[in-house]
Write a protein that binds this ligand. Structure first.
Ligand SMILES: [Ca+2]
Ligand SMILES: [Ca+2]
Ligand SMILES: [Ca+2]
Length: 157
């Protein structure tokens, strides 16, 4: 029994070292894990691929969720207010920097979607953008997005 007991501290150090060296890879793995989960929720029928119909359904839901006043158009405020806030990345200067980057990215995405630059994104503009995104993610052009295509698009290191 005493032998097993004395082995524990060594095991503990080993795990600690492993945790430190694996940390950067872990962050990426967590991202992939999150994206895999997101993919699974979008794959409604669970056949392992996201069809364009499933994608449309999902983006339609997203649009409806953002369109707070049901006007069938998105203002920049509506778009920016989605999934903002502290989030899982925590607080502190690094998190704030990351949030600002995300904000800037979202703002540029909004203007990319607002093709006619009238300050609002209509459902048609949103759909056109989503379809273009779907097609660019579908690298083998089989009309659906499998997990590897999805990860390639969303979880690049
Ligand atoms: Ca599916
Ligand atoms: Ca517009
Ligand atoms: Ca595909």
């Amino acid at each position: 029994m005493s032998r097993i007991k004395s082995n524990y501290p060594i095991l503990g150090i080993g795990v600690a070292i492993l945790a430190i060296t694996a940390a950067p890879a872990l962050g990426q793995g967590m991202m992939q894990e999150r994206m895999s989960q997101r993919f699974a929720t979008m794959d409604e029928n669970g056949d392992g691929v996201m069809s364009s119909a499933e994608h449309e359904m999902h983006t339609g839901d997203m649009f409806a969720a953002m369109d707070a006043d049901d006007s069938n158009t998105l203002t920049k405020e509506e778009f920016m207010s989605l999934s903002m806030g502290p989030g899982p990345q925590g607080s502190g200067p690094m998190a704030a920097k990351r949030q600002n980057m995300m904000k800037a990215k979202k703002a540029s995405k909004f203007s990319a979607m607002d093709v006619d630059k009238n300050g609002v994104v209509t459902k048609a503009e949103f759909d056109a953008f989503s379809t273009a995104k779907f097609n660019s993610a579908d690298t083998n052009s089989d009309g659906s997005i499998d997990l590897s295509e999805f990860l390639n698009k969303h979880a690049k290191p």
